[in-house]
Write a protein that binds this ligand. Structure first.
Ligand SMILES: Cc1cc2nc3c(=O)[nH]c(=O)nc-3n(C[C@H](O)[C@H](O)[C@H](O)COP(=O)(O)O)c2cc1C
Length: 314
């Protein structure tokens, strides 16, 4: 088995999965700005086991994104082996991840995502079935706590399985996406296993990244929403960890970076890529002066020419 997790230099800076956002072009721009590994958005193992074409299309990627990890979600172990086999053959990513942390009602109430932390025996079967369907390294993404089950207790129950890496979102299910990070719980997982552990949650600046690494001792970090406003957070963090300083991106650099992202989106997907760019442009130019008028224009762009024209006016 080729296991990229073993070769990757630490600290590992990962783009964490985000449904609707970690598209191919966004993964490309994060990679361009220094991400070491990027995750797809969550994809249904059930749909993939029935060779769902639309789900498969969502997972296509460019070589420049590698190492690229496809994330699966589901509640029934019986679909994971064929889903993993299908993804490994048709998509050929570098790794497969299993979502055990999603709190979204649709996912959680069906027994998928974070619900799996309360059913360690089902989680175990899902991991085993995934491993049966692929030679790729299989990782998992969990939360610090779901009900009474802590990340530490959960991993202790699964520690005999050949899991390749773990990303821990340092918040409980109850906290959702806001609030204090449970550094202690991530540290406990880190001390328990000898595979890469990535700490996730609330990293919006290089200072946050350093604090997370220092407090948890983790092998790396996962950045989600912080990368939406600043994909360059990865390179800034690398610079900061090395030198104690980093360069802020001023407006002109943000404009330049958005154009690079738009070119990538256009090259991968043509006009659809430009339409998809609208939501990213809104994140990049949040909070700038005359943001309100600009927003109106950004949500209507249809071509590279449109994007260039609107950016000129900012
Ligand atoms: C819009 C959105 C979509 C998300 N989609 C996924 C997903 O598909 N799979 C997953 O494991 N986590 C998903 N997450 C959770 C993030 O990966 C991450 O754990 C969480 O946002 C905390 O990190 P942050 O504080 O850096 O944003 C999503 C988060 C957001 C905000």
């Amino acid at each position: 088995m080729k296991n990229f997790w073993k070769k990757i230099k630490k600290p590992i800076l990962a783009l964490a999965p985000m449904a609707g956002y970690t598209t191919s072009s966004f993964r490309q721009i994060c990679k361009y700005h220094g991400a070491d590994v990027v995750y797809s958005e969550l994809a249904s193992a059930t749909a993939l086991s029935f060779q769902g074409k639309r789900t498969l299309e969502l997972l296509e990627f460019e070589r420049s994104e590698q190492p690229f990890v496809v994330q699966l979600f589901g509640n029934d172990p019986k679909y994971f082996s064929s889903a993993a086999e299908f993804v490994s053959e048709k998509i050929r990513p570098d790794g497969i991840d299993i979502n055990m942390g999603c709190p979204a009602k649709k996912v959680f109430s069906s027994g998928s995502g974070a619900a799996l932390m309360n059913k360690p025996e089902v989680a175990r079967e899902i991991i085993k079935e995934t491993l049966r369907g692929t030679n790729l390294p299989v990782s998992i993404k969990i939360r610090a706590k779901v009900g009474k089950m802590t990340a530490y207790k959960f991993i202790k129950k699964l520690n005999d399985l050949p899991i390749a890496a773990i990303m821990v979102h340092g918040r409980s299910l109850k906290q959702g996406f806001a609030g204090e990070i449970n550094y202690e719980q991530i540290k406990k997982v880190m001390n328990l296993v000898d595979i890469p552990v990535l700490a996730n949650g609330g990293i919006n600046s290089p200072e946050d990244a350093r604090r997370m690494l220092q407090r948890t001792g983790a092998d790396g970090i996962g950045i989600a929403r912080g990368a939406l406003t600043k994909p360059w957070l990865f390179s800034q963090t690398k610079e900061f960890l090395k030198t104690g300083e980093y360069q802020e991106f001023e407006l002109e650099e943000i404009k330049k970076a958005s154009l690079v992202h738009a070119e990538m989106a256009y090259k991968s997907m043509g006009k659809h890529g430009i339409i998809q760019m609208r939501k990213y442009l809104l994140w990049y130019f949040r909070g700038f002066e005359n943001a309100k008028e600009i927003r109106k224009e950004l949500v209507q762009v249809e071509s590279m020419g449109d994007i260039k024209r609107v950016l000129k006016g900012i």
